[in-house]
Write a protein that binds this ligand. Sequence first.
Ligand SMILES: C[S@@+](CC[C@H](N)C(=O)[O-])C[C@H]1O[C@@H](n2cnc3c(N)ncnc32)[C@H](O)[C@@H]1O
Length: 268
Amino acid sequence: MFDQENPDPQFVWFIAEVKKRLNLDLSGYKPHRVKRRTDMLLRKYNVASYQDFMKMIMSDEKKKEEYLDKMTINVTEFFRNPEKWEAIKKTHLPGLMKQNGGKVKIWSAGCSSGEEPYSMGILLEELKAPFSAGILATDIDTGVLAKAKTGIYDERSFVSTSDEVLKRYFKKIDEDTYEVQPSVKNRVQFRKHNMLQDPFEKNLDMIVCRNVVIYFEAETKTLLYKNFVDALRVGGILFVGSTERIFNYRSLNLKVIEPFFYQKEGSV
Ligand SMILES: C[S@@+](CC[C@H](N)C(=O)[O-])C[C@H]1O[C@@H](n2cnc3c(N)ncnc32)[C@H](O)[C@@H]1O
């Protein structure tokens, strides 16, 4: 990532330290973005050098968390881009379930605080999928995974959720706090996983990876998509974010079934 023409040696050192000490390998991430966001924090804390900033984050847990958060951004909500979730409910999930006796296995990669995999869990409930149909939900960030496991959310997460779904699949805890019902919670298994390093499950029916690859360099993205395709069964679907069209889908053995939904080619 730092093979640009004039890499700043201090920044190169800093990124190597981040890998060593914070266990976060940023080499597949867009370098300009990583630098811009790091520099923002240096300015915020009025720190003169990357060395001083490293000292600061190593001695202050909160600032370390803030740095990791800035690099991996966790923004999410239930049913983000609702029309896509309508299509999943009406067309894509029923299609996959038909091919597989209902027992679909879905992976939400880069699931953040859990709104995305729980949205899928709600749809499985709506479609009365068998109990064995479930979702593996992974993220690199243990902080968001801890929140995801609680299943507790405030109203900011629900801007795209209908009142009907809110009533049916959530328990109201107080004025603007809700908890996911156990029937949905039980369908989702959370796990820490770095999609740029760790091995993938195989034979998946659907992979949802949205609003994550925007942070990755082109080469990293292509390799990641290739690995996603390997992890899908033939006929399985890759669902990507609404700014993340895959241009080289043909060479990845995918076909477009509708914008942002790609299907692994081959005979089902
Ligand atoms: C903007 S959120 C997207 C959440 C959800 N997919 C959505 O679209 O609403 C991006 C998530 O990707 C995670 N992430 C970033 N790099 C990752 C990696 N290498 N492996 C796994 N997760 C990663 C971040 O921690 C963050 O929670």
